[in-house]
Design a binder for this molecule. Structure first.
Ligand SMILES: NC(=O)CC[C@H](N)C(=O)O
Length: 426
């Protein structure tokens, strides 16, 4: 069993799965403000100068949420998760780890700063859709290139607003993540959408292959460096191979800012090819979905471990946990937001971190020699691992933030120090 760096008791959260047998006797419809009685009292709905509800979010628990659509139209199924970040919706929209999910923002006012060309975290939006309380009626920011609605429509991503996001969040906290269907298609009945939500699942699905790059390439940042937060480079360049399981650009930017030259490789890139490149270190990136659904990636990680220093971030951390012989489990509703307190058990310091994950490593399943270096202070779950004898380090959250506070940036410095130590002693 893994050891904690201090005496702080580690919590082994119990496995949670959404009961598929929910079968409410009747469907419940929720609307915001305008009940059907009030709507009927208005003589001519078509004459209204504002938009009326034209979309539904149907959850697998039988609740139906009437809403207004923006962005793309159509019908889409996904897992609903809530994100507590106050800002940074563009980075959230382009985080590939959200593939297969609808992101519900708990901040009630979204869209006021529009979107720009520099804050993209990947080549496209991979998430299933966006659920918000209030879509800003005006967009005002000197970096703004486009409104949020136009941006989503061009990328064929559905959004809904004027929906009670607080009520849905409370439901998710109580019952756990739920599968839902977003639809603007009036021809589809509530029952049909409910059936869709109940016959779809995200567990056990390989979502990485749909978001990873297709061929290896050198990382060259095209972002205006004005937005980069700087640090003094070490003066020494380290060569890093970064496995793209759905990598966020800011991981690459932050590593480059510490002087690393990075080759990004696809998720299926053989370990033998990576080792032939003789890197100083290997990074296993964040990525969407269930880590136990990608055994090929676990095998790749296994073949690299112990041969070169490695750093795992989020999905990368989970794959490392599996490669070391541990297990992962699905959390009740996961961690998504920029305000998660984490304690570094080596230093005792608390950092406020950016997180986005639904799975976690069970620390009690790990072999001796593996150290739990960090815990999430909200629920005691494992937030970081190290295996010093094999030059392994990993964290369950996002040191690159984007969006979020920069408290955890020092993790990149730790990786640089690890590569340096191994290089000097080689
Ligand atoms: N950000 C990530 O890498 C997410 C990890 C994993 N897909 C999860 O949901 O737990």
């Amino acid at each position: 069993m893994a050891t904690a760096a201090t005496n702080l008791a580690l919590v082994k959260p119990s496995t949670f799965s959404v009961p598929k047998s929910r079968n409410p006797s009747k469907l419940r419809v929720f609307t915001l403000r305008c009940s059907s009685a009030t709507a009927n009292a208005v003589p001519d709905l078509a004459e209204r100068p504002w938009k009326t509800a034209d979309a539904r979010l149907v959850l697998e628990d039988g609740s139906i949420w009437r809403a207004k659509s923006f962005g793309a139209s159509g019908t889409q199924v996904g897992e609903v998760v809530f994100n507590t970040s106050l800002t940074g919706y563009q980075e959230i929209l382009t985080d590939p780890s959200y593939a297969g999910q609808f992101v519900l923002m708990t901040n009630p006012h979204i869209g006021n700063s529009g979107v720009n060309f520099d804050d993209e975290e990947s080549r496209q939006c991979f998430l299933g859709g966006l659920v918000i309380r209030n879509l800003s009626i005006s967009t005002s920011n000197y970096r703004c290139a486009e409104t949020l609605g136009d941006y989503l429509a061009e990328r064929n991503i559905m959004g809904i607003y004027d929906v009670d996001t607080r009520a849905i969040t409370r439901r998710l906290r109580q019952d756990g993540s739920l599968i839902g269907v977003l639809s603007t298609e009036e021809t589809k009945s509530d029952e049909e959408l409910l059936e869709m939500s109940r016959s779809w699942d995200i567990v056990g699905v390989d979502l990485i292959s749909g978001v990873s790059c297709k061929s290896p390439h050198e990382w060259v940042d095209k972002t205006n460096s004005e937005w980069e937060f700087k640090n003094s480079k070490d003066g020494e360049a380290f060569r890093v191979v970064a496995y793209d399981f759905g990598i966020k650009h800011n991981i690459l930017r932050r590593l480059a800012s510490y002087g690393c030259k990075i080759t990004v490789v696809p998720s299926t890139w053989p370990a033998s090819e990576t080792l032939k490149m003789k890197p100083d270190g290997v990074l296993f990136s964040n990525g969407p979905g269930d880590p136990s659904a990608v055994p090929y990636a676990v095998e790749t990680v296994k073949e690299i471990l112990g041969k070169v220093p490695v750093f795992g971030i989020c999905m990368g951390h989970q794959l490392l946990g599996l490669a070391l012989g541990g297990t992962t489990f699905k959390m009740k509703f996961g961690h998504h937001g920029g305000n998660h307190p984490v304690r570094n058990l080596r230093t005792g310091h608390v950092e406020i971190s950016a997180q986005n994950h639904n799975y976690a490593v069970d620390p009690t399943s790990l072999p001796d020699g593996v150290e739990v270096t960090r815990v999430n202070l909200n629920d005691g779950s494992c937030a970081g691992l190290a295996y010093p004898a094999r030059n392994i380090m990993s964290i369950q959250y996002h040191p690159e933030a984007s969006p979020g506070p920069h408290d955890s940036d020092y993790a990149f410095r730790e990786f640089i120090a690890l590569m340096k130590r191994v290089k000097v002693n080689a």
